[in-house]
Ligand binder design. Structure first.
Ligand code: HEM
Length: 241
């Protein structure tokens, strides 16, 4: 009798732990995504420099892996659902709700690929590392689909709220990143054109239109024989939003 009660309370604990760690893993995975996107962009400020962002991104991703490991472990140990050890890494191998569990497995595999490539960062080329890191973008939507597709709490208002906030955070940071990328490209084109104008040699053909003809540069006096880089840098600095 007592043994049965202990066993029931153990099963219940595992069940709640699986659900709780799943939700925490999803929130931390979202945090990892947002911090990664911000770090890749130009969100750095004096009080929150790039290295601090990158460090936080790394720590939150490690925490996400810890909660994910707990989630997967409790899912396998749980006796109510039978997912099996194979489904931890082999997608769609679970006898229990293969599609939704399989999407979770795809998320785990993608996160593992990103984690392993980051651990080997010194030994692989930056191009390969970046290519694999891009997989991280795929892990989030499949994890979200898994969470909403098979979670007991998916029908609860609070879980819908968590999913909505996570989605808005990822889409918002992605939107900001795309806007920032476009702005940087425009700025690079402007600076390139300005630098070409400054360094253009004065020939009899363009002698009538001196190199410093742009209004932006007229206010930046240049000493004859001096470096043109200073002027271009000042222009770049001044153009910053
Ligand atoms: C990136 C990977 C994963 C994330 C972020 C994730 C997250 C979640 C979340 C948020 C839930 C809903 C919990 C709730 O309703 O309270 C859930 C449910 C579940 N997950 Fe995962 N999961 C992942 C991978 C996996 C994998 C690989 C497995 C199996 C090996 C798995 C097994 C389960 C099971 C069985 C449930 C159902 C729990 C229920 O019925 O309430 N998950 N997961």
């Amino acid at each position: 009798m007592m043994l049965a009660a202990t066993s029931t309370s153990f099963t219940t604990t595992i069940w709640y732990t699986m659900r709780a760690t799943g939700v925490v893993a999803l929130v931390l995975l979202t945090g990892t995504m947002v911090l990664g996107i911000l770090t890749a962009g130009r969100a750095k400020t004096r009080s929150w420099p790039a290295f601090a962002q990158a460090d936080l991104h790394k720590r939150v991703s490690l925490l996400a892996m810890v909660f994910l490991a707990l989630h997967v472990l409790t899912a396998v140990v749980d006796t109510y659902v039978s997912v099996g050890w194979l489904s931890v890494v082999v997608p769609f191998a679970s006898p229990y709700r293969p599609l939704w569990t399989g999407l979770g497995t795809v998320g785990v595999d993608l996160m593992l690929a990103v984690a392993v490539s980051s651990a080997l960062r010194q030994r692989i080329s930056a191009r390969t590392w970046r290519g694999i890191h891009w997989l991280a973008y795929g892990s989030w939507p499949v994890a979200m689909a898994h969470s909403l597709g098979m979670g007991t709490d998916a029908s609860q208002l609070w879980m819908d709220g968590v999913a909505a906030v996570c989605t808005l955070a990822v889409l918002g940071s992605l939107g900001w990143r795309i806007g920032d990328h476009n702005k940087s490209r425009e700025r690079a084109v402007r600076v390139g054109a300005t630098t070409r104008a400054i360094t253009r040699p004065v020939s009899p053909h363009n002698a009538s239109s001196p190199p410093l003809a742009t209004p932006a540069l007229r206010s930046t006096p240049r000493q004859s024989g001096g470096s043109t880089r200073g002027s271009a840098t000042r222009l770049l600095e001044r153009d910053r939003p």
